[in-house]
Design a protein around this ligand. Sequence first.
Ligand code: FAD
Length: 392
Amino acid sequence: MEHDGLHEVVVVGAGPAGLATAIALAGRGVSTALVTGPDRGADHRTTALLEGSVRILEGFGLWSLIAERAAPLRDMRIADATRRLVRAPEVTFRSAEIGLEAFGYNIENDALRESLLAAAMEQSGLHIARTALERLDLSGEAATLHLADGHTLRARLVVGADGRQSTVRTAAGITMRTRAYPQVAFTATVRHTRPHEDTSTEFHTESGPFTLVPLPGDRSSIVCVVTDREAVRLLGLDDAALARELEARASSVLGRFEMVGGRGAFPLAAETAETLVGERVALVSEAAHVMPPIGAQGLNLGLRDAGALVEIVAGAVAAGRDPGSATVLERYAAHRKRDISGRMTAVDLLNRSLLSDLVPVQGVRGFGLYLLDRVGPLRRKLMRLGIGERAA
Ligand SMILES: Cc1cc2nc3c(=O)[nH]c(=O)nc-3n(C[C@H](O)[C@H](O)[C@H](O)COP(=O)(O)OP(=O)(O)OC[C@H]3O[C@@H](n4cnc5c(N)ncnc54)[C@H](O)[C@@H]3O)c2cc1C
């Protein structure tokens, strides 16, 4: 139902979460507009989409587009590369143990966004505004969005998928609880002389994890959690020196490295919105929660927000209810609360255990990983939780 520029939903932000949400809502017959924001520069990150996200994207009819540009993650190896007294044993999780083809699939963020944007352009019933939201008026029966190109849109519900610095969140008066960590995630992509065999390898070091994640071909993406001084030093190295240094950190498990593509550096932080919803507003993904890139949880959590919101909103619209009403929004917030707070706590604890110099904490961590490796049911339960299944 769209009249006089009034949409049921306007999604703000064309990152992966906003694109998936807008396409899925329009696909379910909900009158939807997408405000893309300004054109973005290259993003040198990759995203491991875990099994739970694959199922959501399949449900949205989007997975086949993405699959052709992604590499499977069949096994995950975790190695303790600290120099501590109590070191954890190496652990390998195999997706076959829980009856899966792969834990997930790794894709370059630019490829993911390009595929989703192409699908959005093809999606019938989706109105796309290639401009930014400047101001949001949230009083009354519908929200009014004032866009940078001078146009306005009206909507029963505004979905804030506009990332860390969300304009929608600020307009709704929703504050963030923030915790900064003394670390930076350095990202790069390498080509290597040995095949990765669909295995990701995570070395735990004193400053944080150093992870190699497979990409299509003999390429892997690297996320290396370091101090800010170290990140500046790595950014300043020439390609040959950087390749040598990263290869040494990877103990040459994938042979010789050659740098391909650019590099990035992302200060680590954990941020959670005080609430997921406000008047005629629902937040998804990084507009609502930012976490350190440990265990590939960030966008996976965001896509679970998208999956829940699409179900709830499409159901409300089909039943003739207002998708921006307090009842609908409260259902969404209640549905997502436990998953979001659980993941934020788990990732924070894991990150802090890596930073801790206390021997008892190291011991607990070593023991925890030991248990994971030895105790079948617990290990399988954790693997299932890790890929996005909900706790029982
Ligand atoms: C080093 C690193 C590695 C990571 N690896 C993984 C991983 O393996 N797996 C995983 O699940 N997650 C991972 N993450 C997290 C993941 O990258 C983020 O969760 C994801 O990119 C967030 O997507 P999003 O759509 O919420 O936000 P974004 O991608 O930030 O998109 C927000 C969009 O909103 C637009 N926008 C902003 N303001 C406005 C406005 N006023 N009007 C209109 N549009 C606007 C922006 O232009 C942008 O396009 C990683 C993060 C880091 C830092």
